[in-house]
Design a protein around this ligand. Structure first.
Ligand SMILES: Nc1ncnc2c1ncn2[C@@H]1O[C@H](COP(=O)(O)OP(=O)(O)OP(=O)(O)O)[C@@H](O)[C@H]1O
Ligand SMILES: [Mg+2]
Length: 350
């Protein structure tokens, strides 16, 4: 795969692999946790990485801040090579990167303010500057009144907001979020995603977000990479990946959030209720499909929506509709031909 980098590239993976070796001498175990990944993450975007457990998502992200060294390939962050660097050489790169975690990873013995202040102390900020920055950050994440609380006095969503404030403390360019909402209920998840959106839009921080929930991708990501067995099997804008999933893994993820294609048992039921010719129509441009159907109505073709639905994603509609067409045979046939000119149409076998 050839990927052209531009000045807008913040993270540049080229044929990056990460191999873990373990087990015993007799039964050695080799895991290709990340397998020849070539990928560009662009400045200013929210980039999601999705995949099943063990797909290599966390490993991929841990490579970015050098928490794990890569085994082969090359990796650049903000114009600096990450591979082959010592811990000391990595320090300035790491300062450009904040990270948040599923389990928040807060210090229970420190207050909210103390947690947020911690990285600034380590980076050698003066006390007054630290205080001022902590005050700003508390206001940004909406926890001003919680400054003196301890983590155990907070809800999950509030803890994650502290985690975000701490990650933002030293003005990173990039925020890595590993399953940052997986421990939260749906409502709190939306609240944290809303905050991450503000981090991106208002502060201009690029976000790489790992999740196994397609809903999270849909509500926040500009682009998404799908991982399977260490490989990136698909990457594209969120709306494209939802509308035209290519890889099998992606199809499974997409259908897990929006099942608009009927299963076999459902088709049998649909058949009973709708005697017309059944077709599955991919909805990518609702207006054009609508106008074909209304033109065909003049030839006596009527339709019913027998199954399915359409979702809106970043102001584009997509999904699959199961239509039952009724009318004179040739006119129905003509309708199908005309729909095929503008979208994918599958006929459900009789
Ligand atoms: N430190 C390690 N040593 C050996 N193997 C590892 C190590 N870390 C990860 N692996 C293996 O690498 C593969 C990818 O793991 P990784 O944690 O990146 O997956 P993941 O997609 O983040 O999964 P999850 O959704 O469960 O968090 C797995 O097979 C895992 O067992
Ligand atoms: Mg993981």
């Amino acid at each position: 795969m050839i990927v052209e980098s531009s000045e807008r590239t913040l993270v540049r993976f080229r044929d990056v692999s990460k191999v873990y070796t373990g087990g015993s001498k007799r039964a050695p175990r080799v895991v290709n946790a990340v397998d020849t990944v070539t990928l560009d993450i662009t400045k200013g975007e929210i980039f999601a990485v999705i995949g099943y457990s063990g797909a290599g998502k966390s490993t991929l992200v841990r490579l970015i801040n050098g928490l794990e060294p890569i085994s082969s390939g090359s990796l650049e962050v903000a114009g600096s090579r990450v591979d082959g660097k010592s811990e000391t050489q990595l320090a300035p790169i790491r300062r450009k990167i904040g990270m948040i975690f599923q389990q928040f990873n807060l210090f229970n013995s420190r207050t909210v303010a103390g947690n947020i202040e911690y990285p600034l102390k380590r980076a050698g900020w003066k006390p007054e500057e630290r205080n001022q920055r902590v005050t700003e950050l508390l206001a940004f994440v909406g926890l001003t009144d919680r400054a003196k609380n301890y983590p155990e006095q907070l809800s999950g969503g509030q803890k994650q907001r502290v985690g975000i404030a701490r990650a933002l403390a030293s003005n990173p360019e990039l925020l890595l979020a590993d399953e940052s909402t997986s421990a939260l209920d749906p409502e709190t998840t939306q609240e944290v995603l809303g905050l991450l959106r503000r981090v991106n839009r208002e502060l201009g921080i690029t976000i790489v977000l790992i999740t196994h929930e397609m809903d999270v991708v849909r509500s926040i990501a500009d682009r998404v990479a799908v991982m399977d067995s260490g490989r990136v099997v698909e990457v594209g804008t969120t709306s494209d990946v939802f509308a035209y999933p290519q890889a099998e893994t992606t199809r499974k993820f997409v259908s897990s959030v929006m099942r608009t294609v009927p299963r076999e048992d459902e088709i049998a039921k649909v058949r009973q209720e709708h005697p017309g010719r059944l077709i599955l129509v991919d909805v990518t441009d609702q207006n054009r499909i609508g106008s074909v159907l209304s033109e065909c109505a003049r030839d006596g073709v009527t339709f019913e929506i027998a199954f399915g639905g359409i979702s809106m994603l970043q102001s584009r509609s997509f999904g699959t509709l199961t239509l039952s067409l009724n009318g004179p045979d040739t006119a129905v046939e003509n309708t199908i031909v005309r729909l095929r000119e503008i979208t994918k149409v599958e006929e459900v076998a009789r």
